[in-house]
Design a protein around this ligand. Structure first.
Ligand SMILES: Nc1nc2c(ncn2[C@@H]2O[C@H](COP(=O)(O)OP(=O)(O)O)[C@@H](O)[C@H]2O)c(=O)[nH]1
Ligand SMILES: [Mg+2]
Length: 294
């Protein structure tokens, strides 16, 4: 198992002003941020540099699908100078869902990271929000960045896109009974134990429904899930990979999950996590109605 680097290499990566003292750094959790990319060369470099100054023990995994614009080449060049940057290259555009699955498998098999983030490469998700996620993770197992928790915190989206997203979440909530305002968002943080418990290879969704499925599986297994508000901003550059097929896929997947609920009672969340956050999840007794195949 590859250990995540304890600190950036001293010479190549001088610590930014105000960086943590070594003792403070050692007390922090190890985080891996998984970023799927397809043609995100215009933003990925700046995003990586903003992530690396977040005051956490944080590493980055870019999962690139042979982007024709050379995203992977740029990341490779950056990774040569900083061992906190990792790159997983795939042969072609295999889809967002499978990029996450590959990234999560990498996190579980090749690192000892405790917290696994996922975020987009286009600056719709603000790296500065990471400490807020980690504060919530002290008590919870999965934290969802939510655009619809405090009203609507989406900036610069066309009204049509906003209606589609808001409507998709309403529909998801009613049919799957997932008790969250934003189940389709892509800015999330998982405890390692959560990812290990999910049936990742059983998820074949590609688009928004991938986000719904991972959260649904975690909810069915009784993990503690919390939403925190985020401000989502329309991408800075490049183009969206959203398409009509992704919407149809979500409509279908939501029904499949909703019908699966009919066969079981609704899950009950586990008791609150002790505040030191160190209790192993595996020790929690199984509860009735929790722990199905998701
Ligand atoms: N590796 C990989 N990444 C993808 C794929 N499709 C989308 N992405 C990335 O997933 C993130 C979200 O996609 P985006 O087009 O911004 O979706 P939107 O925010 O819903 O418009 C971005 O970082 C994309 O580059 C894909 O097929 N493979
Ligand atoms: Mg986007």
């Amino acid at each position: 198992m590859t250990q995540l680097a304890d600190a950036p290499r001293a010479v190549r990566n001088p610590a930014p002003a105000g960086a943590m003292a070594p003792a403070e750094a050692a007390a922090r959790h190890k985080c891996l941020v998984v970023i799927p990319t397809y043609n995100e060369r215009e933003t990925i470099g700046e995003l990586i540099s903003q992530l690396l100054v977040v005051p956490e023990r944080l590493e980055i995994l870019v999962v690139d699908d042979a982007s024709p614009d050379g995203t992977a080449e740029l990341v490779k060049a950056l990774a040569q100078d900083d061992r906190r940057i990792h790159l997983l290259e795939r042969e072609g555009k295999l889809g967002l869902g499978s990029a996450y699955v590959a990234g999560f498998h990498y996190a579980l098999a090749k690192t000892d990271t405790e917290f696994v983030f996922q975020m987009d490469a286009d600056f719709s998700h603000d790296p500065a929000a990471i400490p807020e996620f980690l504060a919530a993770m002290e008590e919870d197992d999965l934290v969802l960045g939510s655009r619809y928790l405090n009203g609507v915190t989406v900036v610069n989206w066309p009204l049509k896109r906003l209606f589609l997203s808001y409507g998709a979440n309403l529909y998801t909530r009613i049919i799957t009974r997932l008790p969250f305002k934003d189940a389709t968002g892509g800015f999330k943080c998982f405890r390692r134990e959560v990812l290990a418990a999910l049936d990742l290879d059983g998820i074949h969704s590609d688009g928004y429904s991938f986000q719904i499925e991972t959260t649904y599986q975690a909810w069915r297994r009784g993990f503690r899930i919390r939403e925190i508000p985020i401000i989502f901003v329309e991408r800075r550059a490049g183009v969206s990979k959203m398409n009509r097929r992704i919407v149809w896929e979500a409509i279908f997947v939501v029904w499949r999950l909703g019908l699966a609920n009919l066969l079981r009672s609704l899950p009950r969340p586990r008791a609150p996590r002790p505040l030191n956050g160190s209790a192993p999840l595996g020790s929690a007794p199984p509860r009735a109605g929790v722990g199905g195949a998701g």
